[in-house]
Ligand binder design. Structure first.
Ligand code: BG6
Length: 472
């Protein structure tokens, strides 16, 4: 199907008049307003969108395109990285079209295809910005009525609800799109400091040779959020922190921190090897603490009996030569005391002095912090801990040059660069690990602990390790 279209297109004259478009399923959702449309506004400002590129927001609401543009305008004022300017926005808005549709009805896709034809849209990116439970319905609708289109698809995480369901979904998608046209988006991979991990690890003599069990005591990866479930109850209550954050974002981060140096082999292969070497958890109590914030059950649209976790703390061990015996701790939660994501590498202590720490700060501020030991000035030979703190995002020029994660990733997809997207075999390896863990959790007598809003999670998480977070 795609081959045909490509041949056709290449023989067309005036190719530049052919429209390409991104169609967003979930066009009036939070993700679209907060992240996708601002990212595309920024790309527009930077001149990185084709002239004939259209943005089609799909939704059930009774909006006209004009209504949709006005709503988008307001969000843009708060959420775009590039300053909102009326004239620029008005230019950008010419790309936007709202299309009212019930995406759960297969017959509606026939109307959608007619609309594409009327608008001479020949190249497509479909963005599934909806709950995973909708992915199949959308794919079936597209397959039935839009199968001649030249198309790529971007899919949000979590991909599926478990390995079995993800596998079914993948085969359905692959039948229609082909593996190479499926882009699994994980916006953590588009974050500046996640991209920086390998540079720090590999381009410094002070870290490169000691990135292993002989010198590293443990690693902590924290993604703390101060917000709660907000308007996403329907999705979140079925998912929980493990599937929302750990199965995708945090295991991806872990795989970059811990993988072997990609020499010749691509990074994705090393990440995959690492994910496959995660040791299956046998004893849940020693490795996992899950919690729910007080007040979660009263949130709108949350089941009042819900056992969904809004917090996860866990210990992961890696079964390979480099990391034998080194624990990796992961922690994430909503309604915590702070919004802060960081990776802390704790080195082994020498001569009983405090352990050196390397902290890669992911957000809200971006930077690198190193804590080490030096002699305390004076006549005694006492040791004091000193630090060096490189705040990357404190420098205006750095902030200006740092694209938002979604901006980076959307552009990568537009130009066909797949490096920054998760790969299907990585998703399989992650699900394998998480499915086993959640099954063990269900079988065990482990409790779902509660924690106060504004705290750092249930105190039981301290049985896994001493968490290091707020360094002055
Ligand atoms: C999303 C999750 O993928 O990541 C959300 O679905 C979470 O629940 C968000 O809030 C966190 O992203 P960030 O970029 O704010 O760390």
């Amino acid at each position: 199907m795609k081959e045909q279209t490509k041949v056709e297109n290449s023989t067309m004259t005036g190719l530049e008049t052919m429209n390409s478009a991104i169609t967003i399923f979930g066009g009036s959702g939070d993700l679209t307003y907060r992240k996708l449309l601002p990212a595309m506004y920024n790309l527009h400002v930077l001149g990185q969108l084709d002239n004939n590129f259209k943005i089609i927001g799909l939704g059930r609401r009774n909006y006209t395109t004009e209504d949709y543009i006005e709503i988008t305008r307001e969000w843009m004022k708060d959420y775009s990285r590039k300053k909102y300017e009326e004239q620029t926005f008005n230019e950008f808005a010419k790309r936007i079209i709202y299309f009212k549709i019930d995406i759960s009805l297969e017959s509606e896709y026939s109307r959608l295809q007619d609309f594409y034809i009327e608008n001479n849209i020949k190249k497509h990116i479909y963005y599934y910005a909806v709950a995973p439970s909708m992915f199949l319905e959308i794919t079936n609708g597209l397959k039935k009525y839009c199968s001649d289109n030249d198309a790529k698809v971007i899919i949000e995480k979590p991909f599926g609800e478990n390995l079995e369901n993800a596998t079914e979904l993948n085969s359905k998608l692959a039948e229609f799109f082909g593996q190479d046209e499926i882009y699994h988006i994980d916006h953590y991979l588009g974050k500046e400091m996640i991209q920086n991990i390998l540079s720090v690890r590999l381009n410094n003599a002070i870290f490169k040779g000691i990135w292993n069990k002989d010198f590293i005591d443990s690693v902590q990866i924290t993604a703390a959020e101060s917000v709660g479930v907000e308007t996403r109850a329907g999705y979140y209550d079925k998912s929980g922190a493990m599937k929302d954050m750990v199965q995708n974002h945090l295991l991806q981060v872990l795989s970059i921190v811990a993988m072997e140096e990609p020499k010749g082999k691509t990074m994705e292969k090393e990440q995959l090897a690492l994910l496959k070497s995660l040791k299956k958890v046998e004893n849940v109590d020693d490795n996992l603490v899950m919690g729910q914030y007080v007040g979660y059950l009263d949130e709108p649209n949350i089941d009042s009996q819900s056992k969904t976790e809004t917090y996860v703390a866990m210990k992961i061990e890696i079964d390979n030569e480099r990391w034998q015996g080194v624990p990796f701790f992961i922690r994430t939660g909503k309604k915590l005391a702070t919004r802060e994501s960081q990776i802390i590498v704790k080195f082994k202590s020498k001569n009983n002095a405090p352990a050196n720490l390397l902290i890669i700060k992911i957000q809200p501020s971006e930077g690198i912090f190193l804590k080490f030991n030096a002699k305390k000035p004076g006549t005694d030979n006492d040791i004091q801990e000193v630090s060096m703190d490189f705040c990357q995002s404190c420098i205006l020029e750095n902030r200006m040059n740092t694209p938002e994660a979604y901006e980076r990733l959307l552009r990568a997809c537009f130009i066909g660069d797949r490096i920054l997207f998760s790969k299907w075999d990585q998703i399989v390896a992650s699900w394998n690990y998480i499915d086993n863990l959640l099954n063990k959790y269900k079988e065990s007598s482990s409790k779902l602990y509660t924690y106060e809003q504004g705290s750092m999670g249930p105190k039981e998480a301290n049985r896994l390790t001493d968490w290091i977070l707020d360094l002055e």
